[in-house]
Write a protein that binds this ligand. Structure first.
Ligand SMILES: [Fe+2]
Length: 253
């Protein structure tokens, strides 16, 4: 069993993860390595693991200095990601590791960047980085329609009770976009109201369950009639191109 503490850095989220049975301490992503180093030193804590979801600078910020401060940290990165150049354990879709007494597996997607890992702790807690967001997904920097389709189908097929921890807080803008696509979907309005209330009180917008996401996230609802009417009114556009179209519409929103 784990305990998770989200740490907000402007729009980024890092997460502190603790295995309750053993006290093993992990960090998911580094939005600000210097600040995290200070925090750990001030609290007399020593992280054991650093899980990196992808190579973007706002997820590996201050990595070398962080590792200089905590040389015992085991870095974990997506299989095949050479742009994270520090010594690291690579995790692919068939790998698993023990974090204290908690099992960790990696889901690899190839849409936001060519190598994104989402780390699944205890079959329940999924740290998705920028592959999926509240009511949206990450920009397609390196992937294409088929890779976005594969990523969304992978996430969408997980058990609905899976808890999602996003790499950024873009929920309000994403929900606003989602509302333009499905103006009659009351779950979107409710999610906007709830998220706004949380953020105003300084409460992080993550985690949310996959079940909640399936009610509002257009990238997970693409096959439903409301979205099909919008993206594919004549029924002629291949499904992977519909994902691309939806992502491009969000880019311009
Ligand atoms: Fe990113």
């Amino acid at each position: 069993m784990i305990k998770v503490e989200p740490l907000a850095f402007e729009t980024n989220y890092d997460y502190l993860v603790r295995d309750l049975a053993t006290g093993t301490l992990g960090v998911v992503d580094l939005a600000d390595g210097a600040e995290l180093t200070q925090r750990f030193k001030a609290q007399g804590q020593t992280p054991d693991f650093l899980f990196l979801t992808h190579h973007h600078h706002d997820h590996v910020e201050g990595l070398e200095d962080f590792l200089a401060a905590f040389p015992q940290v085991q870095v974990v990165k997506p299989l095949g990601e050479t742009r994270i150049s520090v010594p690291a354990l690579e995790m692919g879709p068939t790998d698993s590791l023990l974090f204290g007494r908690t099992s960790v597996q990696a889901l690899l997607t190839h849409a936001h960047t060519k190598h994104c890992a989402a780390y699944l702790f205890d079959q329940t807690h999924l740290f998705v980085g920028d592959a999926l967001f509240r009511a949206g997904c990450g920009r397609l920097f390196e992937g294409d329609g088929p890779s976005l389709e594969a990523a969304m189908d992978r996430f969408g097929s997980l058990p609905p009770q899976t808890l999602l921890y996003f790499g950024h807080e873009y929920g309000l803008a994403n929900l606003k976009f989602a509302a333009t696509l499905e103006p009659l979907n009351q779950a979107i309005g409710l999610a906007q109201w709830e998220l706004q209330a949380c953020l105003e009180q300084g409460i992080p917008g993550a985690p949310v369950s996959l079940g909640q996401e399936l009610r509002v996230n257009p990238f997970l609802r693409l096959d439903l009639p409301g979205l099909q009417q919008h993206l594919n009114p004549l029924g002629t556009i291949p499904r992977s191109e519909q994902f691309l179209l939806l992502r491009r519409q969000r880019d311009k929103f």
